[in-house]
Design a protein around this ligand. Structure first.
Ligand code: NAD
Ligand code: DAU
Length: 362
């Protein structure tokens, strides 16, 4: 088991990163170290996601540093100031639709940002004679989208060749290759995880599940791309983060691990289940909500099916999913219903422009 003491979390103010910090500081008795959260606070990052963490642990076990992962000297200063021995790298531009409209930010953050972090980790963890510390770890968070699109059958394994098809997934694939290159070339101790679609609290409502929940609550159209039969494999965010923590503690250096929910759903079928849950919790008429389903123009290059084979992490590291889909969707819906202030703060300003431009027009 690795001793992980001073953990640099990148992108900790975003959806998965903030859930990771909550889990680690509030639920993991096997972690007693410090978390340094490096986040640029783009549209997707929100310090309110960690307000309670700041109140409880700020200045002792939790430190927020606003900055860009592409900023070489700032990243270098953090390694020194906090004596970083572990990096868990969540920070990214993460939304496929945005990558289609404006790929450049994805190349900058996902490719150049990952390179900068790797390079500064190498610099910090190599001694004067060039030997690399082996009591440290760089864990890279990646996605199943790097594997491309499946037909009706089959699963992505860790050995599936990369075949990214959107600017987002291409930039994530490039970052994965850089991470493994730093392992092979410089001996940097790395692990990687490629996860399927996450859902849960604090997810920015441009992604399918929170967008649909909030649109249902506000009586807005429910935009379904194409024929609605694209398939995603959904995993509750806490299960993903438990897997990440398990890999960080016990995963073999140089290895990658797939993480998934073994929970495939056509978008349209998922939406119908979600309509039932939201209608019940919010006391809406499900027939009226269903009538708001609107089939819209398809996403260009829309991957048809993702499905993860996660037998490696189950077999080697003894991880398993604990939250089933019904329970996870119910918890997620309840969270959005009880966090009106958070929703209001998100659903204003530039977010409204984005939605009007990209969903309203379809
Ligand atoms: P998100 O968009 O909600 O959050 C990204 C965070 O990164 C934000 O806080 C943002 O401010 C920060 N960030 C962006 N650019 C930055 C920069 N240049 N410097 C510093 N911080 C920056 O993303 P998410 O959904 O939480 O995804 C986190 C990671 O998990 C990403 O690497 C993503 O590719 C991967 N992933 C996501 C999913 C999913 O379903 N959401 C599934 C598998 C993998
Ligand atoms: O598979 C992992 C990936 O999952 C992550 O790497 C990405 O960061 C994350 O954004 C997610 O990508 P997707 O493109 O699968 O997620 P999204 O929520 O954007 O869309 C899920 C599916 O729903 C997809 O088939 C497109 C469809 N969709 C999405 C939106 C926002 C709609 O039909 N209507 C919508 O309004």
């Amino acid at each position: 088991m690795r001793a992980l003491t001073n953990i640099l979390v990148t992108g900790g103010a975003g959806f998965i990163g903030c859930n990771f910090i909550h889990t680690l500081l509030e639920k993991k008795s096997d972690f007693s170290g410090r978390i340094i959260n490096l986040d640029a606070l783009t549209y997707a990052g929100n310090p309110a996601n960690l307000k309670d963490i700041e109140d409880r642990f700020g200045g002792s076990r939790y430190f927020f540093e606003r900055g860009d992962i592409c900023d070489r000297s700032f990243v270098e200063s953090l390694f020194k100031r906090y004596d970083i021995d572990t990096v868990v790298h969540f920070a990214a531009e993460s939304h496929v639709d945005r990558s289609i409209l404006g790929p450049e930010a994805f190349i900058k953050t996902n490719v150049m940002g990952t390179f900068t972090l790797l390079d500064r980790a190498r610099n910090a963890w190599q001694n004067a004679s060039g030997a690399m510390r082996q009591d440290v770890l760089f864990h890279h968070i990646s996605t199943d989208e790097v594997y491309g699109s499946l037909g009706d059958t089959g699963y992505f394994t860790e050995n599936t060749p990369y075949d990214p098809r959107s600017p987002y997934s291409a930039s994530k694939a490039a970052s994965d290759h850089l991470v493994t290159a730093y392992y092979h070339t410089y001996g940097l101790p790395i692990t990687l995880s490629n996860c399927s679609n996450n859902y849960g609290p604090y997810q920015f409502p441009e992604k399918l599940i929170p967008l649909m929940i909030l649109n249902m609550l506000e009586g807005k159209p429910l935009p379904v791309y194409g024929d609605g039969k694209n398939i995603r494999d959904w995993v509750y965010v806490e299960d993903h983060n438990n897997a990440v923590w398990t890999i960080m503690q016990k995963g073999r250096a140089g290895e990658k691990y797939n993480i998934g929910g073994e929970n495939e759903w056509e978008n349209i079928k998922l939406l119908n289940v979600l309509i039932a849950i939201v209608s019940k919790q919010a006391e809406l008429n499900p027939d009226k909500v269903r009538a708001a389903i609107t089939f819209v123009k398809d996403r260009p290059g829309h991957d048809r099916r993702y499905a993860i084979d996660c037998s490696k992490i189950k077999r080697e590291l003894d991880w398993k999913r604990t939250v089933n889909f019904d329970e996870g969707l119910s918890k997620t819906t309840a969270w959005y219903l009880s966090h009106q202030e958070w929703v209001d703060s998100i659903r204003s300003g530039s977010y409204q422009n984005w939605i009007a431009l990209n969903y309203g027009a379809r």
